[in-house]
Design a protein around this ligand. Structure first.
Ligand code: ATP
Length: 528
């Protein structure tokens, strides 16, 4: 049996993996059986980006709401009918936890009858074979892949195949899904699926689509990597107007979307986790009327998307205002302000701001100022024993960076002058071996001078005992992850005296030169 746990672990982002472990813990404690299902499995196996995590439990996930909240997850909504919980797990991981169920369509255009069921039965209600797989996250069977419709084979063949002939009649939203997946993955419909698709179109099954399904499909567009091409594909199939009668590709700000996706990639390359969904919806609906936009929002089941889309312009305006004020008067202040801002806001402002000051500051934050980090003299810091093992290291590294940013350390020499007072004293030499009487002591004494030699050498200038490897990314990392930065700063001790060269917030932790590491040796010698 293929080890899908390993595949899952290497394919998920660290935050997604933490999310899987968290959900698994909660399900185990509640005694419910848990599976990772749907698109997440498809994307893990096919190698496409894993956009969100779909879980299925044999039980009622709505009862787990409090447990998730306690674990730091945000509840972004729920669907009482299908007992599904919409979550944002720590690290901004989108997730859905649904009840394992059957859906029986008794009448065209009517909601299906929902009944709790086993996972095997649940997989039969799904749309395409590639989406009808489940990975067990349960003790005893963890890693077992349930693939009753040969989804893995269809992933390999790059085909979208429905599970049965009535699939599109039962739920016409699957027509939209087929067009969306085909556009996203460039996978064609399997031959019979294509015939059923054409027949469904010809017979206008779409007029029976359920309102709830429309809202779900609107929201899905926000998470596409290439939303414009999906919009165009839906338009070509006549499905875009099903989502909203006034929606067309002409209502999209195509340049905005293109720039948004490019800037998003830039942020991702810098190590940010950024959710562009609100901004995507902003640009996809840029030329629709306010009323049409409200209509669209009203149908979306996830309130986190509705709110972030609704508030994006106001929040971006607030940030722009702060960027033009005192709070961002210097590069270092601007850096701090933007480091603490939500990456989603930086992204949106980077694309939309027409104000030169704001755009320039964001541009510097994303490009020029990053290069300043390379001027932090890490090799010399290592030589001075200013390494990440020092509790005050994050603060020192950060202060150097801030001073460099503001042009207050103008040369390498000035930077070293600033750093030197922070160098800790060299480690004391180990005590010499104890000398006693008898053959054993004599043997120890014979070895002792050789053992002590490296310590002597270590005392010489520039020959310090090898320091632990420096962490060159310390500033970059702490800036990219504000929480990590805050933690590191909290650890760093407050300073005592600022070096003369540059009066700054940074102060040396101790005066190294004043302290001599000799007393241990002297004391020993006296004893003898
Ligand atoms: P995406 O990558 O777009 O999120 P997804 O497959 O995860 O794709 P979701 O809409 O999140 O899509 O749905 C999760 C899973 O629920 C699907 O993979 C599929 O198994 C099932 N599903 C969703 N909508 C339908 C539907 N209309 N009919 C049948 N199954 C569906």
């Amino acid at each position: 049996m293929a080890d899908y746990i390993y595949t899952m672990e290497i394919r998920l982002t660290p935050d997604q993996l933490k999310g899987v472990n968290l959900v698994q813990e909660i399900a185990r404690a509640a005694g419910v059986t848990l599976y990772l299902t749907g698109g997440a499995i498809r994307d893990i196996i096919s190698g496409f980006t894993i956009r969100d995590l779909d879980f299925t439990v044999q039980g009622n996930p709505l009862k787990l709401q409090k447990d998730f909240e306690r674990a730091g997850a945000q509840i972004a909504g729920h669907d009482e009918d299908v007992r599904t919980l919409f979550l944002v797990l720590p690290g901004n991981v989108r997730a859905e936890i649904g009840m394992s169920r059957t859906e029986e369509y008794e009448k065209v255009g009517k909601a299906p009858v929902i009944t709790p069921a086993s996972i095997q039965e649940d997989l039969r209600r799904r749309d395409f074979t590639v989406n009808a797989m489940a990975l067990s996250l349960n003790e005893g069977s963890r890693g077992l892949l349930l693939d009753p419709f040969n989804g893995v084979a269809d992933i390999e063949a790059k085909l979208l195949r429905i599970l049965h002939n009535y699939s599109f009649v039962e739920d016409p939203s699957r027509l939209i899904r087929a067009a969306r997946f085909a556009a996203r993955f460039h996978w064609p419909l399997e031959e019979r699926t294509q015939q059923r698709y054409d027949a469904a179109k010809e017979n206008n099954y779409m007029e029976h689509i359920l309102r709830g399904a429309v809202g779900h499909e609107i929201a899905q567009l926000a998470h596409e990597d290439d939303p414009l091409s999906v919009i165009r594909a839906l338009e070509k199939e006549d499905w875009l107007k099903v989502l909203h009668p006034h929606w067309s590709s002409a209502k999209v700000d195509a340049n905005g979307i293109a720039l948004l996706m490019k800037t998003r990639q830039q942020l991702v390359d810098l190590g940010y986790t950024v959710d562009p969904s609100a901004a995507v919806m902003h640009f996809l609906t840029a030329k629709l009327s306010d009323k049409d936009i409200s209509d669209l929002r009203r149908q979306i089941p996830r309130k986190d998307l509705i709110e972030s889309w609704r508030d994006i312009e106001d929040h971006a305006k607030d940030l722009a205002k702060r960027l033009m004020g005192k709070e961002a008067a210097t590069p270092s202040r601007t850096w701090n302000l933007l480091s603490a801002a939500r990456p989603e806001m930086i992204l949106f402002l980077a694309v939309t701001s027409r104000h030169q000051t704001v755009a320039g500051k964001i541009k510097n934050f994303l490009t020029k100022w990053r290069q300043v980090q390379q001027r932090i003299p890490l090799p010399e810091m290592t030589e001075l024993l200013i390494t990440p093992t020092l509790p005050e290291y994050p603060k020192i590294a950060r202060d150097v960076f801030m001073l460099l940013l503001d042009g207050r350390l103008r040369s390498h020499t000035e930077t070293l002058k600033f750093l030197k007072p922070f160098a800790p004293p060299p480690p004391p030499p180990p005590p010499p071996p104890r000398r006693g009487r008898g053959p054993k002591a004599a043997a120890v004494a014979a070895v002792a001078p050789a053992a002590a030699a490296p310590v002597k050498a270590g005392k010489g200038k520039g020959k310090a005992a090898p320091a632990p490897a420096a962490a060159p990314a310390v500033v970059a990392k702490s800036e990219a992850k504000p929480e990590a930065k805050a933690k590191a700063e909290a650890k760093a001790k407050p300073a005592k005296a600022a070096p003369k060269a540059v009066k700054s917030a940074a102060k040396p932790a101790a005066k190294p030169a004043a302290k001599k590491p000799a007393p241990v040796k002297k004391a020993k010698r006296k004893k003898r």
